[in-house]
Write a protein that binds this ligand. Structure first.
Ligand code: APR
Length: 168
């Protein structure tokens, strides 16, 4: 398990993995943060494909091609907006990781990278988000040996130190 889970600090759009996860919004029509970075790097064809998908509810995931990214696919998932933890946010964040992994498995994806979903504009507490992310991915990897590697791609120092202290 140890070497199938990794945490790095960097720009997810630069990673050479089968799929990167986008922390999108329910319209799937782009935005700021990692969503903006992925759309910029992938090019306009990504938005064109996203327009053919009728949005994505919070907690669910949708897959598209990666276009100009080195990743073959982008899996778009919509994290919960943190509202003091009183609106099922923990369960919805878990669903983002779980549904993205299920969708990756259905598409025979072997290497995947997650950003720290919901911990930017959506203000989900970083430590709690990391606990949910790591627990959910470990649970999935236990029962799915086809998934070779899951990378947590942290952009900011705070997230990186949280993940690194948990995973090493
Ligand atoms: N690579 C990896 N991680 C990144 C990158 C990048 N290039 N750019 C930003 N991040 C990190 C942020 O530092 C944060 O830790 O992604 C994490 C998620 O932050 P946001 O991108 O703000 O996403 P989120 O909090 O889920 O809010 C989603 O923001 O951009 C809009 O359209 C998006 O409405 C949606 C909302």
């Amino acid at each position: 398990m140890k070497n199938r889970l990794e945490t790095i600090q960097g720009d997810i759009t630069k990673l050479n993995v089968d799929a990167i996860i986008n922390a999108a919004n329910t319209t799937l029509l782009g935005g700021g943060g990692v969503d903006g970075a992925i759309h910029r790097a992938a090019g306009s064809e990504l938005l064109a494909e996203c327009k053919t998908i009728d949005g994505c509810p919070t907690g669910e995931a949708r897959i598209t091609k990666g276009y100009n990214l080195s990743a073959k696919y982008v899996i778009h998932t919509v994290g919960p907006i943190w509202r003091e933890g009183k609106n099922n946010e923990e369960e919805l964040l878990r669903d983002c990781y779980w549904n993205s992994l299920i969708l990756a498995g259905e598409n025979n994806i072997g290497t995947i990278a997650f950003p720290n979903i919901s911990t930017g504009v959506y203000h989900f507490p970083k430590k709690l988000a990391a606990e949910i992310a790591i627990r959910t991915v470990r649970e999935f990897l236990k029962n799915n040996d086809k998934m070779e590697k899951v990378i947590f791609c942290c952009f900011d120092e705070e997230n990186f130190s949280i993940y690194y202290s948990s995973i090493g």
